[in-house]
Design a binder for this molecule. Structure first.
Ligand SMILES: NC(=O)c1ccc[n+]([C@@H]2O[C@H](COP(=O)([O-])OP(=O)(O)OC[C@H]3O[C@@H](n4cnc5c(N)ncnc54)[C@H](OP(=O)(O)O)[C@@H]3O)[C@@H](O)[C@H]2O)c1
Length: 323
């Protein structure tokens, strides 16, 4: 069978890396578009066998260049997303305008699949620019190319994430950790490999379903996630509920930094539980229930944040054995 060509935008990120590995192992050829080949080529190239990966450096709004790439493509996957705005990268440009352009081109060149990564819970979140831009992007895509598949994941984690890894770094360094909204916000974390399994099967088995909510097997509050991470890295820290006013003030200060830990928009997002809505199909409904459990997966890489690294004593296991 002739290998199919997949064009991936945002392939150097967390989900992209897992996806490149999965696709190339299964005889798909991938072309990955990046803004900076010098910084990202080594990350992208090392995810698959030579000959299966092509890297193209491009401005994603250079329509003539993107058009040429799409002409030779069977499947297009958009993994580009941002958590905060920067000069030249607004939520509207990245989450609405770009997916709109891309979906029009996919329709024009009659692609087999256009898969777009959106985010869970965006229907209900009215006061976040991130959520609004993602929702507007979805509407544009479904208008331009109704055969598209939109995935709405809860928080995605793996050794390559900016979620568990950043939290473990912060928990290591800070003696006290602030809990926004008392840490009550609920998540259904999905491991990157489970999400990639969903994407792969949509492509491989030609599943067409407009919006799919993608979640892991557990519902965990933010406070519980932090407590589990603390246990995994064998640290004791004080988790302190932060008054909302103080939370807003800290986000106001953080967002002055080039790579902010928290922005006002993210603080507003945290107000809402990040769980399935029951209004759309889920990954389980299309036959791909997530298999990875949070503690078991994070256990595989959390030692990097433990005193003594991989040679550290895991007190919780030792205590369990003693009992
Ligand atoms: N991770 C999660 O927990 C999560 C949860 C819900 C939804 N999602 C969505 O899933 C998608 C993939 O997530 P991810 O975690 O893999 O993302 P990621 O690790 O942050 O990577 C996204 C990629 O997008 C590209 N990118 C970032 N800013 C850009 C810009 N201004 N212009 C052009 N390209 C830009 C970057 O590629 P280059 O630097 O190579 O150009 C980057 O590697 C995103 O749409 C995200 O919103 C993720």
């Amino acid at each position: 069978m002739k290998a199919k060509n997949c064009l991936i935008f945002g392939g150097s990120g967390q989900i992209g890396r897992h996806l490149i590995r999965k696709l190339t192992k299964n005889n798909y050829r991938v072309t990955v578009v990046t803004r900076n080949i010098h910084q990202k080529a080594h990350i992208i190239k090392t995810q698959g066998n030579a000959g299966y990966i092509e890297i193209v450096e491009a401005n994603i709004f250079d329509e003539s260049k993107i058009r040429k790439l799409i002409q030779n493509t069977d499947i297009c996957i958009n993994l580009i997303g941002i958590l905060y705005e920067k000069k030249g990268s607004s939520f509207k440009n990245i989450h609405t305008l770009f997916p709109s352009i891309l979906s029009k081109l996919c329709k024009q060149y009659n692609l087999e699949h256009f898969i777009h990564l959106s985010a869970l819970g965006i229907n209900d979140i009215k006061d976040s620019k991130y959520a609004k831009s993602k929702l507007d992007g979805e509407k544009e895509i479904l208008k331009n190319f109704p055969l598209s598949t939109i995935l709405r994941p809860s928080v995605v984690y793996s050794v390559d994430d900016n979620f568990t890894t950043n939290f473990m770094t912060l928990l290591n360094r800070l003696p006290i950790f602030p809990l926004y909204y008392s840490g009550k916000t609920k998540f259904m974390p999905i491991h990157s490999s489970d999400l990639v399994e969903v994407i792969f099967n949509i492509i491989h088995k030609n599943i067409y379903s407009q919006i799919i909510e993608c979640v892991g097997p557990e519902t965990i509050s933010l406070k519980e996630i932090l407590n589990r991470l603390l246990k995994l890295i064998d640290k004791k820290r004080l988790l302190v509920p932060m008054p909302l006013l103080l939370g807003k003030l800290s986000a106001e200060i953080f967002q002055l930094f080039p790579n902010p830990l928290l922005t006002q928009d993210q603080l507003r997002l945290l107000k809402y539980d990040n769980i399935i809505s029951k209004n759309y199909k889920t990954n389980s409904d299309i036959g791909y229930s997530a298999k990875c459990f949070f503690d078991i997966e994070v256990e595989k890489y959390c030692y990097m944040w433990r005193e003594g690294g991989q040679f550290s004593r895991n007190r919780s296991i030792e205590e369990k054995n003693e009992n």
